[in-house]
Structures are given as structure tokens and as C-alpha cells.
Design a protein around this ligand. Structure first.
Ligand code: SF4
Length: 424
């Protein structure tokens, strides 16, 4: 399908495309969500393909009991000859009898379950009533019109509806901050220390244990830690929470802007924030100085995949001197991305959606130094002599905050060094 030029955002033209896409599905989110929420279990209701994807993405868990599985829909289920709901009830009863450690069960929808219109929300409500000790929720991880980070969004949106809500002033006596988006524990601890030092009462969502859901209320303001959580943000706003507009905490500038938005909302003076972040900013500057030597002037092309493209492009261009050839993103949330877009260099070529063949042509013609893309495109592009970076690594690696700024840049420097060595 042809691309169209949509209206510019922040003065930047956006090429809007619809066509064949090369993306992973939302089931991928289970890989990092099951590590984050340690008493939850993710039961995919899907096909053998879903089971295979999950197993190869997550690797085989040798130690300990796994916390995800696939209830496979057989041909007779798909043909409507068996009652899939009865099967699900049986599988869940067996699972919960064997695993009393599970406190929250997510039924995860897939393409096959959606195609046969299996209502997992109803199934979850039924199972929730049947099993007293376990909360059962449902969300979609399907690959129909989605991209791989949306699995976290649909999961957190379902979980957000479970947050205990303080209805009156006596229940919530002060403004509180909720940081939204799964972050590695090490990064969460760093941010928690910063908020504590600044005197901002902050909680994180999702919590490490499903039973420890933070209480929220009309005085809760939330900061998105990840740029792909539009449905979750809408759910929280519907509940009466207020989103703080901010860039995302990637790189020095993004982290400062993100912490700065919280500081401003909670009345922390700019000088107090500046003093608190100064040592971490100095360390990050040193780490980035080393990376800048390798990355300055390198031309980067982003295929749409993780929805982290715009903040990462802003970081690469402003903090290590990369040149942006094209910044493709699956969806461009104009409002959540406003602070990021304002920081992109004049004339940055943005594209939204994908027509993969046309984009591959543009990429080949531009011959960038590094291509950021999904796993499906990386091997063919490497075979053509291009240097690639898997965008999925950006969600598996701790990259947020000051202490990780150097590591974030290194993710892009490493493949260039490797390619350089191969050419020697
Ligand atoms: S949910 Fe859809 S895209 Fe994902 S593995 Fe299953 S069938 Fe494939």
C-alpha cells in the first residue's frame, strides 16, 4: 500500500505507511513481565506456534518452576467441535492445584483465541470466582495489528483496573507519584532512591508481587517509564489519575527531564534536583564521552518495532552525535511523545506504520552505518553487509536512567566495532 505524508508533528514531516509489517507479537512481553511480577503466572491460550515463540524467546527454564505456559487450542477447538472454556477450566484447576505459589493468573489471548472469538475476559471472571486464593485476569497478546511491546500495555491496563483506589481525602492525604512501566529491579531501585532523596512519595507499577498493588487515588500523578503504554495511561486517566508530561528516562537529558517533571509537580526546587543528580550526571557524561568517540557521525536507520524508536533516536542524536536517516515507529502517540519530538533535530524523517518492502528500499538506498530493527529483518540485512541492532534488546537490557546511559550507547557501538573487526 502507498505511504502518505501525514501532517507534521512538532514541525517534523511524518510518512504514514500501511502494508506488510515485520514485527513480533505481544506474547513476547511475557518474557520480561514474568520476571518482574514474581508471583504471577501467564497462561497463553494459543497454538503450537505461540508455545514455540514463547519457548524460544524466553529460553528453557531449567531451575525452578516456569511461570508461563501455553494451553494449546487443538484442531477440534478451532473448528468449534469442543468447548474450549471447559478445557481452560480443567487446565487452570490442574495448574492451581499443583502451584499454590501462584497468586495472580493471567489468561493471555492470542491470534487463534481471538479468531475463534474465545472470550477470555469472561473466562477469567468465571475462574476468579472458582479459585478464592488467586486473582485471575485476561489480556490480549495477539499479533493481530499489534507490535511486541503492546503485550505489556494490555497486561498493565488490565492490572491497573485492579489497583485499590482511595476515594476520599482521609485515605490519601498527600500527592503521590506512580511510576508506570516494567523496569529491571536494579533501575527501579536507583529511581526509588532518587525519589526518596527528593522527598517524592513514589511507588512503581507493576509491582514485584501481584499482591502488593500500590494504592492510588485522585491525588496520584503518574509518570510513564516506557513509551508504549498508551492503553494503560488511558485506563489510569479514566480512573482519575493525572499523567505528568515528560520525555522518557533514556540518556542524561531524558532522565533529567523525567525526574524534572516529577520534581516540578511535587514542588521540589530546581536547585535541589540539580544538586541531587550532579554526581550521576557526571558519571554518565564520562561513560558517554567514551561512546561518542565511536558513534559520532554514524548514520542510523530505525525500522518500526519496539515503540522506543523516538526516545532512542533523540538520545543517539543529541548525546552521542549520531545522524538520523529515518526514524520509523509502529505508532506515534502525538501527546505522549510531544516532549521527545520537540528535541529531535530539525528535518528528522519520521515514519509511522510500515510497508516493509518500501522501507527496505529506502534503507538500502541510504546505506546507513547501523540499522535498528526486529529479529526478522536483522539476518537478511546483515547478509547484505549492513550492521544491525536488534530492537528487542532495548527491552531486555537495563537502559533507563543515568547509570545505564553508557550501556545504552554501547548497545549501538558494539555491533559497529564487531563489524569493523570482521572487515579487517
Ligand atoms: S499470538 Fe499470533 S503472532 Fe503471536 S505466536 Fe501466537 S499465532 Fe503467532
Amino acid at each position: 500500500m502507498m505511504g502518505t505524508n501525514a501532517g507534521p508533528v512538532s514541525g517534523l514531516p511524518v510518512l504514514k505507511e500501511r502494508g506488510q509489517r515485520e514485527v513480533f507479537c505481544g506474547l513476547t512481553g511475557i518474557v520480561w513481565l514474568h520476571r518482574k511480577i514474581q508471583d504471577a503466572f501467564f497462561l497463553v491460550v494459543g497454538s503450537r506456534t505461540c508455545a514455540h515463540l514463547l519457548q524460544s524467546a524466553a529460553g528453557v527454564m531449567i531451575f525452578g518452576e516456569p511461570r508461563f505456559a501455553t494451553a494449546i487450542l487443538e484442531d477440534k477447538d478451532l473448528a468449534g467441535l469442543a468447548d474450549a472454556n471447559e478445557e481452560i477450566d480443567r487446565v487452570v484447576a490442574r495448574l492451581l492445584a499443583r502451584r499454590p505459589d501462584i497468586k495472580m493468573l493471567f489468561l493471555v489471548g492470542s491470534c487463534p483465541s481471538e479468531v475463534i472469538k474465545l472470550d477470555l475476559t469472561r473466562a477469567a471472571a468465571r475462574l476468579d470466582q472458582q479459585h478464592d486464593a488467586v486473582r485471575v485476569l485476561a489480556y490480549s497478546g495477539s499479533g493481530i495489528e499489534t507490535t511486541f511491546t503492546q503485550g505489556e500495555d494490555t497486561c498493565l491496563s488490565a492490572l491497573a483496573r485492579e489497583l485499590p483506589f482511595a476515594n476520599d481525602a482521609a485515605d490519601q492525604t498527600e500527592d503521590e507519584l506512580l511510576v508506570v512501566g516494567a523496569l529491571p529491579d536494579v533501575v527501579e531501585d536507583q529511581f526509588q532512591r532518587s525519589f526518596d532523596a527528593l522527598g517524592i512519595p513514589a511507588r512503581f507499577f507493576p509491582p514485584r508481587r501481584a499482591q502488593a498493588l500500590p494504592r492510588v487515588g485522585p491525588r496520584t500523578k503518574f509518570l510513564l517509564a516506557q513509551p508504549f503504554l498508551s492503553e494503560t495511561a488511558a485506563t489510569l486517566e479514566d480512573m482519575g489519575l493525572t499523567r505528568l508530561a515528560a520525555p522518557f528516562p533514556l540518556g542524561i537529558e531524558g532522565t533529567r527531564g523525567w525526574l524534572g517533571a516529577a520534581a516540578e509537580a511535587f514542588g521540589v526546587p530546581e536547585a535541589t534536583l540539580a544538586e541531587h543528580v550532579a554526581p550521576a550526571e557526571r558519571r554518565a557524561q564520562v561513560a558517554l564521552g567514551r561512546m561518542r568517540e565511536r558513534l559520532e557521525g554514524k548514520r542510523v536507520f530505525f525500522f518500526p518495532d519496539s515503540q522506543l524508536e523516538v526516545p532512542i533516536a533523540r538520545f543517539l542524536s543529541r548525546e552521542v552525535g549520531c545522524e538520523l536517516v529515518e526514524v520509523g515507529t509502529p505508532y506515534l502517540h502525538r501527546e505522549h511523545m510531544a516532549e521527545e519530538l520537540a528535541l529531535l533535530p530539525q528535518g528528522t524523517a519520521l515514519s509511522e506504520g510500515q510497508d516493509v518492502e518500501r522501507q527496505l528500499d529506502r534503507c538500502e538506498e541510504a546505506a546507513p552505518d547501523i540499522v535498528v530493527c526486529g529479529l526478522g529483518l536483522a539476518n537478511p540485512l546483515e547478509a547484505k553487509g549492513m550492521t544491525t541492532k536488534w530492537s528487542i534488546e532495548l527491552v531486555f537490557t537495563p537502559v533507563h536512567g543515568y547509570e545505564q546511559a553508557g550501556d545504552l550507547a554501547e548497545l549501538f557501538a558494539r555491533p559497529l566495532v564487531r563489524r569493523g573487526r570482521l572487515r579487517l
